[in-house]
Design a protein. Structure first.
Length: 231
């Protein structure tokens, strides 16, 4: 019976997460053409939807683990509401990043900052170097193996689920924020590059060879940035 309940919870959550991500991607496809004509509020909204679309898939294994642990700890309680609150906390961390990214885009669009190759190259070099730093390693390790986080940071109740999601989201922002800034170089509403970056983050987080893929991507970003800066 316990296995049946876990499988049912997992199926419901996978369908819900897939639906949420699909809706976000559909909205971005619909809204893409008018991005540069938007005011700040709509720009912030677009960044928020982008983070939902790009980061929800890579958070799915952690959400499933959270739901399984909640089911085991409280046999009679369905984990769907606490898991939704955990996801809300996780996305809240990315909404903070979205606010900073929207502010940056608003200022840089006015200044036409990335019309020259040197600033774009500098950003790519920074993103590439970051892939090799201890901070990146620490945050990525947490995102890849959240068991230790749940063992030491578990909090009961609705507020506890929200706080855990927020803290986990902060680790993920620390892991991926510079990768997201690459969108300033390739185009904020470039759906192809959004999909490429989202797929890369998913591989980096869940594949057995993910950390090495991240380091190799760092070398590629660094070399591309140097080429741009010197061109």
């Amino acid at each position: 019976m316990a296995d049946s309940a876990l499988n049912r919870d997992r199926a419901i959550m996978l369908c819900g997460l897939a639906g949420l991500s699909a809706l976000a991607w559909a909205y971005l496809l619909y809204a893409g053409a008018g991005m540069m004509e938007m005011d700040f509020t709509l720009t912030l909204g677009i960044w928020a939807v982008m983070m939902i679309a790009m980061m929800t898939p890579s958070a799915t294994p952690t959400l499933l683990m959270f739901a399984a642990i909640h089911r085991q700890r409280r046999q009679q309680a369905r984990p769907l509401t606490p898991t939704a609150l955990f996801l809300a906390g996780y996305l809240l961390a990315w909404m903070g990043f979205s606010l900073l990214a929207a502010l940056a885009q608003w200022g840089l669009h006015t200044a036409s900052f990335f019309t020259s190759a040197a600033p774009a190259g500098a950003l790519l070099m920074a993103a590439g170097i970051f892939q090799w730093t201890p901070l990146k390693h620490t945050c990525l390790t947490h995102c890849r193996s959240p068991q230790g986080f749940f063992m030491t940071e578990w909090r009961e109740g609705a507020l506890g689920a929200l706080r855990m999601g927020l803290k986990h989201g902060q680790y993920c922002v620390g892991c991926c924020w510079l990768l997201m800034t690459i969108l300033f170089v390739v185009g904020v509403m470039n759906l192809l590059w959004m999909a490429v970056i989202a797929a890369f983050i998913l591989i980096e987080k869940i594949a057995p060879f993910g950390p090495w893929v991240g380091r190799l991507a760092g070398l590629l970003l660094l070399s591309t940035g140097i080429w741009l800066a010197l061109s």
